[in-house]
Write a protein that binds this ligand. Structure first.
Ligand code: ADP
Ligand code: MG
Length: 275
């Protein structure tokens, strides 16, 4: 665990004495699993986008999800975040919270952050202000828009700026950032809400090689404190960060294992190359 992350949890919320703050009170990860998808099916006009999909993510895990276009990757994220209701199946966040019973806003507040492909930063505001605004939508932080930040809040923003490698750009309008920097800023904005689970849909699309590499470092740094699910087409990127990889195909899990295991799986080779 890196020092910035450790001091982040210490400086905020006052739980340090008890060994770190509970990010989502009541989230029971005693069985090591933070997310369970069980037999999820979603149909669009009779077409099964997800077909009895079952998947488990460990607390603190970094999971990469790959699969051809139309495999159901985005639909899976839509189900986890409450945007799409499954026709059948359940989605458990920890042992006790059935996400299919909650709204999108409730799921976000429960500690699941999602980054969409297109960054949605406030272009006219500075990088610092973007992080500040993201913190102010955190329901646990009570203060008005005009209130001054206290030192703990400033520290949290500074730590996040360092983590997303934008400390040198803090005062620049976000609209002047490169495409890759905007993506990191958006990840930083999600982090200001201290999500337990982060969902990143194609985070390196359109990035330069160097930005892609830095994004990989960020993903591996975030794992541990957060659980991270990365959906990505860029195989070099996935190979660089992968621990466990899940291959989706036609709405179900086709293969799961290390990058080497799934790359050598004949069924995976068939769906990627056999068309
Ligand atoms: P992926 O992200 O893996 O490329 P998606 O989850 O976006 O796949 O899509 C899975 C399948 O479901 C595709 O065939 C897609 O056309 C279909 N689909 C996704 N969303 C909708 C929708 N809102 N209405 C109809 N079909 C949809
Ligand atoms: Mg998609």
């Amino acid at each position: 665990m890196n020092a910035a992350l450790a001091s982040d949890s210490d400086s905020y919320g006052g739980g340090a004495a008890a060994g770190g703050r509970v990010l989502t009170p009541g989230l029971d990860v005693s069985h090591k699993t933070i997310l369970y998808l069980q037999d999820i099916s979603v149909s669009f006009d009779g077409f099964k986008a997800l077909n009895n999909l079952s998947l488990d993510i460990d607390n603190g895990e970094l999971r990469c999800i790959i699969g051809p276009n139309g495999a159901g990757k985005t639909t899976m994220m839509d189900v986890i975040t409450g945007k799409t209701r499954p026709d059948s199946g359940s989605v458990f966040f920890g042992q006790t919270i059935d996400l299919t019973k909650f709204t999108e806003a409730e799921i976000a507040h429960a500690g699941i952050g999602r980054k969409f492909q297109k960054p949605t930063v406030f272009e006219q505001h500075s990088v610092f202000e973007n992080l500040e605004l993201a913190m102010k939508t955190d329901k646990r932080v009570r203060f008005s828009l005009t209130a001054r930040l206290d030192s703990a809040q400033r520290d949290r923003i500074a730590e996040t700026l360092a983590l997303i490698q934008l400390a040198g750009e803090a005062d620049r309008p976000a609209g002047l950032l490169s495409h890759g920097q905007k993506q990191w800023l958006e990840i930083g904005m999600l982090l200001m809400q201290e999500p337990r689970l982060l969902l990143l849909d194609e985070p390196v699309a359109g990035m330069t090689d160097e930005e892609t590499e830095r994004t990989g470092e960020l993903c591996t740094t975030l794992a541990g404190k957060h659980s991270v699910i990365v959906v990505e087409h860029d195989m070099d990127f996935v190979a660089g960060i992968a621990r466990k990889v899940t291959v989706l195909h036609e709405g179900s899990v086709l293969a799961e294992g290390s990058m080497a295991q799934v790359q050598n799986d004949p069924r995976v080779i068939e769906v990627y190359l056999g068309r």
